[in-house]
Design a protein around this ligand. Sequence first.
Ligand SMILES: Nc1ncnc2c1ncn2[C@@H]1O[C@H](COP(=O)(O)OP(=O)(O)O)[C@@H](O)[C@H]1O
Ligand code: SF4
Ligand SMILES: [Mg+2]
Length: 341
Amino acid sequence: MSFLDVKDLKIHFPTDDGLVKSVDGLSFSVERGKTLGIVGESGSGKSVTSLGVLGLHKGGRARVSGEIWLDGEELVGASAEHVRRLRGKKMAMIFQDPLSSMHPFYTVGHQIIEAYRIHNNVSKQVARKHAIDMLGRVGIPEPQRRVDAYPHEFSGGMRQRAMIAMALSCDPELLIADEPTTALDVTVQAQILDLMRDLQREFNSALIIITHDLGVVAELSDDILVMYGGKCVEYGTTEDIFYRPEHPYTWGLLGSMPRLDREPTDRLLPIKGSPPSLINVPPGCAFHPRCPYAEKTGGKDRTEVPVLAETEGGHLVRCHLDRAERRDLWENEIKPALETQ
Ligand SMILES: Nc1ncnc2c1ncn2[C@@H]1O[C@H](COP(=O)(O)OP(=O)(O)O)[C@@H](O)[C@H]1O
Ligand code: SF4
Ligand SMILES: [Mg+2]
């Protein structure tokens, strides 16, 4: 068993318009010291997944089923109170927008100190010293002075660093970062990603990075899960996903990766159409209305949900095309097209 094992996780929301199947049978695992990237366009169920792992849907209207094993303990069936105690101590989250998770009326230092003292029986002075240390560790200059600043006095990049300091102040064994750099400019993005990688090595935590941009997880992740319409469509090592991808949606994501040497609007091969509504997911393969190869499988795409099947050595793909055909398409059409762009 891995440090984190998620098995057949389903998170559905009953609404007036119908049942929203935000996460629909997701399985993955992460070891201590390893990083999993979860990638997919907006609306594919990434944030709902991360909140689910942290137990933040408990008590809400979400219907959650499946299993979440953290260090040998099952959390879907555990009490909200118990999971709340694990948050901060054993697992923590970094959000896209630090302002939404930091209190505007308290200093940054106060918030780190309080978070630390919930789980550690130490004096305010000791906690303050720890907060200053953490702010220094995440690269905030003059931490002795900045500890008394308010969140709005920090730049976006500094706020993100402060939030990382807050999340790491309790030495969590599982850290989930949901679009941690999306709001930042490219240079600051790279700095924050480097910082996360260094800290993860130092703390040996299990890290999940969630993003809509494959480029963000390329260097950081050991494994990558590609998500579409609440389901995993491809799962493999980072090498599998970048060098031998087999799912047409993954090809699309690779083609639409923003590149540093191009204008942000200049995408290689944008995926046509938009992600499905999770109330009315298209029947069969959810990607079929947008897939350039849908015709190749003789109508099956519209009627049968493809299974997530192993193609080789733990590399999983959910597509009706046969393996030889997928590999042929990748080698002879997609890869050359990406290389010449
Ligand atoms: N509390 C909720 N009630 C109903 N639907 C929700 C709720 N939270 C998220 N959703 C829906 O679940 C889907 C996935 O959302 P989300 O996980 O935020 O996507 P992502 O993070 O991949 O952009 C979206 O269609 C969203 O509208
Ligand atoms: S199953 Fe068909 S529609 Fe779905 S990704 Fe594969 S080829 Fe495309
Ligand atoms: Mg999200």
